[in-house]
Design a protein around this ligand. Structure first.
Ligand code: G4P
Length: 534
């Protein structure tokens, strides 16, 4: 393996964000096809039945008979090593998706040309924006009717508040585009006939703008419209600005069709040229640069039962600095101990394999005997630092959850505790109710469905979920440091008094108005919408 700097510069680590159905899975598959990681793309049928799938790629795996059941896909293309992280495409929202975005250096936003920006894209975009990472836009489904390209540009600007820079421009009439104008190479790329139904790579016919053939091929009207469009975007459009692209204020925008393979290669190549290599991360000891010699990483995801037959549990780390080597000794900050990293796994499109080394930007799966938590830091040598805290998302929905069959209590506790450690849900205990039932908090409704499904499938426990009317959770502290108990909290009975799994007192109330009452009547109380740092 080459030196650290060369390896870092090769890496591109990103996630694809989109609303369900925009084409994320299809685009991912096509990137694998162009990357040579698979040889024939299959149409991904019936995947909508996989609403609970942990990863959308599970379906690709089933269809293709290849093992990509993982949270990351890695492949090489044109001298780059590409890591694509999965963001589960649930209709609803989960914290898992947010956290994955903490581990990437850039994001690709896939948009359905007919639908524009949809709800989930907007939410995911917000997280990317907070991190100031570059965002690349792929407007998909150009093979059929959609919104006008200019309207889509305006929509990005109005809805997301960032500017768009079209990298290419569709030629022809909506629904019957002939190809695109490549603004960077200043050439026209016309669709070549494709008889493989998108299973193979697609060729383009490339013509220079001044090629006399071009007018013949397009016809007078379309040719003239193209010239007008080019003038318009050059004159009225935003200027290219590397700095604005780098911090996510200007999004390079590509038009294409993942299903028919149009524009996919062009997108991939431009993306790799423009997307950043691994970036520095903030820690308690200042900035940690990827080229720092000593290895460091953080845990951004924990996944139990990836292989239901083995009940294994993997902690996914994102490498931030130095070189990772199998069997290396590292210090686990949160556990305050040295650990040996044996059996690390990495994921190629073809299979899961034990790896010997990895570099900043790479994602490695470590077998986790239950020691890791989300956001934990591991570092090598004499280094002692923690990476900046992971954002915690305050739960907004709550339910009482108990096992249907009380004989299954042990399994129930084991399952729900493990899924909580994974970060799938947040768990609270109501004092006095023992461990018969828990109060579960989530960010979105679907997390309850996932909880129910996984407890049944992985732990063989049926549960009863009783929704609670609360929407707000606050961690409580008294200014003078004395313990908060229901009896010394005025209005505790206006909501539900619970403890989180670390025993910290939390009050659940119906709404902000109810919270206001508590604040007004308990002047000595401090309220936090995430656990206070202890
Ligand atoms: P997702 O992961 O973002 O949820 O989307 P996915 O790739 O599964 O695509 C959603 C649907 O959109 C699929 O159709 C897919 O074939 C289709 N699609 C993806 N890219 C394009 C495109 O460029 N053009 C057109 N016209 N359609 C596209 P489906 O009906 O759900 O499945 P199937 O019938 O294709 O199997």
């Amino acid at each position: 393996m080459g030196d650290l700097q060369t390896e870092i510069q090769k890496r591109r680590t990103f996630a694809i964000i989109s609303h369900p159905d925009a084409g994320k899975t299809t685009l991912t598959e096509k990137l694998l096809l162009y990357g040579g990681a698979i040889h024939l793309a299959g149409s991904i049928k019936s995947r909508k039945t996989q609403r609970h799938a942990v990863s959308d790629w599970m379906e690709i795996e089933k269809q293709r008979g290849i093992s990509v059941t993982s949270s990351v896909l890695q492949f090489d293309y044109a001298g780059c090593r590409i890591n694509i992280l999965d963001t589960p495409g649930h209709q609803d929202f989960s914290e898992d998706t947010y956290r994955t975005l903490m581990a990437v250096d850039s994001a690709v936003m896939v948009m359905d040309a007919a639908k524009g920006i949809e709800a989930q894209t907007k939410k995911l975009f917000k997280v990317c924006k907070q991190r100031n990472i570059p965002i690349f836009t792929f407007v998909n489904k150009l093979d059929r009717y959609g919104k006008a390209p200019l309207d889509l540009m305006t929509e990005i600007e109005d809805v997301l508040g960032i500017r768009a820079y079209p990298m290419n421009w569709p030629i022809g009439i909506d629904g019957q585009y002939h190809g695109v104008y490549n603004r960077i190479k200043k050439q026209v790329e016309l669709f070549a006939a494709d008889d493989s139904h998108g299973q193979k790579e697609r060729e383009s016919i490339i013509l220079a703008m001044d090629d006399p053939e071009l007018k013949n091929k397009l016809g007078e009207d379309i040719y003239q419209n193209l010239l007008d469009d080019i003038d318009l975007i050059n004159e009225a459009g935003e200027e290219w600005d590397d700095g604005k692209v780098a911090n996510g204020e200007l999004t390079p925008m590509f038009f294409g069709s993942a299903m028919t393979n149009f524009g996919v290669r062009n997108f991939l190549e431009e993306y790799l040229r423009l997307a950043p290599a691994p970036q520095a991360h903030i820690s308690t000891e200042g900035e940690i640069k990827p080229e720092d010699k000593e290895f460091s990483a953080f845990v951004f995801k924990i996944q139990a039962n990836m292989n239901p037959a083995h009940h294994d549990r993997l902690a996914f780390i994102r490498i931030c600095s130095g070189k990772f080597e199998r069997n290396m000794q590292v210090f686990h900050m949160q556990g305050n101990k040295n650990i040996k990293l044996s059996q690390p796994q990495q994921f190629l499109a073809q299979d899961r394999q034990i790896i010997d080394d990895a570099y900043p930007g790479d994602i490695v799966g470590l077998f986790d005997p239950g020691i890791f938590g989300i956001g934990d830091t591991i570092c090598e040598g004499k280094n002692r630092f923690k990476f900046a805290d992971f954002p915690v998302f305050p739960p907004e929905r709550f339910a009482r959850v108990e096992a249907k069959d009380t004989m299954k209590r042990k399994q129930f506790i084991k399952g729900i505790t493990q899924l909580t450690q994974e970060g799938a849900v947040q768990l609270f205990e109501q004092p006095g109710t023992g461990m018969e039932s828990y109060i579960v908090g989530t960010v979105g409704q679907l997390q309850f469905d996932v909880l129910e499904y996984r407890l049944k499938n992985e732990y063989n426990v049926d549960i009863v979920i009783t929704m609670q009317p609360f929407e707000v959770a606050r961690w409580l502290e008294f200014k003078n440091g004395s313990m908060v108990k229901p009896e010394n909290l005025r209005g505790a009975d206006r909501g539900m008094f619970v403890n989180d799994m670390k025993g910290r007192p939390v009050l659940l109330v119906n709404n902000e108005w109810a919270l206001g009452w508590i604040v007004d009547n308990n002047p000595d109380l401090l309220l936090h919408n995430v656990p206070p740092d202890k």
